[in-house]
Design a protein around this ligand. Structure first.
Ligand SMILES: NC(=O)c1ccc[n+]([C@@H]2O[C@H](COP(=O)([O-])OP(=O)(O)OC[C@H]3O[C@@H](n4cnc5c(N)ncnc54)[C@H](OP(=O)(O)O)[C@@H]3O)[C@@H](O)[C@H]2O)c1
Length: 292
């Protein structure tokens, strides 16, 4: 049995969807109503990392797990790993982040990721770390302003990043969970090229078939925007990450996605085409018989 956490998120949902056709899978989530369609073969365990009883029930009979957490400074990884060790889990594949392996990255979120990686590597279980660059799906945050006024607003709009399609991160996670040779390995995951917010806006404009404008934000404006959704230590991390991006520190392309999945890493153009409806494109037309 494989346990998939984070299945309401971009990567975990795709991991669960892919695994469900291959064998027994259970997802662990706080709110089943937020799960994507996973099919009848998928077991659902409801709970939270902070509820040890719910974790132990979810982990019963599990030998491999995909771990996704998102509480910088919090104890979700520690809670999960304590319960996983007690339940006899053999191998944990953890979603971490590229910056955790980069010496010049030193912000509160990266320090938290490094601490979580260290916890996993020292807990006695087999481990695999996935270190993706920024997800292409982060640009879904632009959907509202694109729909409303055809505008994208970004800090350092000309600075490129080798962002990765979450479906490719999920593809590597599935490989690590289902094939040998991944224990004790760290996989750095990027897309096939570095692209800036201006370039991403151009691709979205192309797939939507209408002009879009990309406007730069000052650091103060970006911080004010992020502060509506994130606590100060996360806003600080976002600002420092953007500053590293502006210095060209996030452009390196890594071949691991293709090597580990056997498929070329998807481009941002491909991601944009596959998600055009989220930005206001009309759904593809049903091409059935013409009405008379
Ligand atoms: N976004 C990026 O560009 C990016 C890039 C590199 C690395 N990462 C890393 O990827 C990880 C996921 O980030 P994300 O942005 O993809 O987030 P996400 O899609 O929202 O995934 C987080 C998942 O964790 C679940 N979760 C959170 N707290 C929980 C708890 N107490 N108990 C049970 N489940 C809980 C959430 O469930 P709910 O639906 O209940 O909230 C959600 O399914 C983070 O470690 C992040 O640092 C992200």
């Amino acid at each position: 049995m494989i346990l998939v956490t984070g299945a309401t998120g971009a990567v975990g949902g795709e991991v669960a969807r892919t695994l469900v056709s291959a064998g027994p899978v259970r997802v662990f989530c706080r709110d089943p109503a937020r799960l994507p369609e996973l099919g009848p073969g998928c077991e659902v365990a409801v709970g939270s990392y902070q509820d040890r009883g719910s974790l132990l029930r979810a982990l019963a009979g599990v030998d491999r797990a995909f771990l996704v957490t998102r509480d910088p400074g919090g104890d979700s990884d520690a809670c999960f790993l304590r319960a996983a060790a007690a339940a006899g889990v053999r191998h944990v594949v953890k979603l971490s982040a590229c910056a955790a392996g980069e010496d010049d990255a030193d912000d509160p979120v990266t320090r938290w990721q490094r601490d979580c990686e260290d916890l996993l590597r020292s807990c006695g279980l087999e481990w695999t770390l996935l270190r993706p660059r920024a997800f292409m799906s982060n640009t879904l945050a632009w959907a509202g302003s694109i729909r409303a006024e055809g505008v994208v607003q970004a800090l350092h709009p000309e600075a490129p990043v080798a962002c990765v399609d979450p479906r490719d991160v999920a593809g590597v996670a599935v490989a690590a969970l289902t094939s040998p040779g991944h224990a004790g390995r760290i996989h750095t995951l990027t897309g096939p090229e570095a692209i800036s917010a201006v370039g991403q806006t151009r691709e979205l404009s192309r797939v939507l078939g209408r002009p879009l404008v990309c406007r730069g934000l000052t650091a103060e404006q970006a911080a004010a925007h992020w502060s509506r959704r994130h606590p100060p230590h996360v806003v600080e991390a976002l600002l420092r990450g953007a500053e590293r991006q502006s210095r060209g520190r996030k452009t390196a392309v890594d071949p691991s996605v293709a090597r580990l999945t056997g498929r070329a890493a998807r481009s941002y153009a491909r991601w944009a085409a596959d998600h055009r409806e989220a930005f206001g494109a009309a759904p593809a037309r049903f091409s059935g018989p013409a009405r008379v």
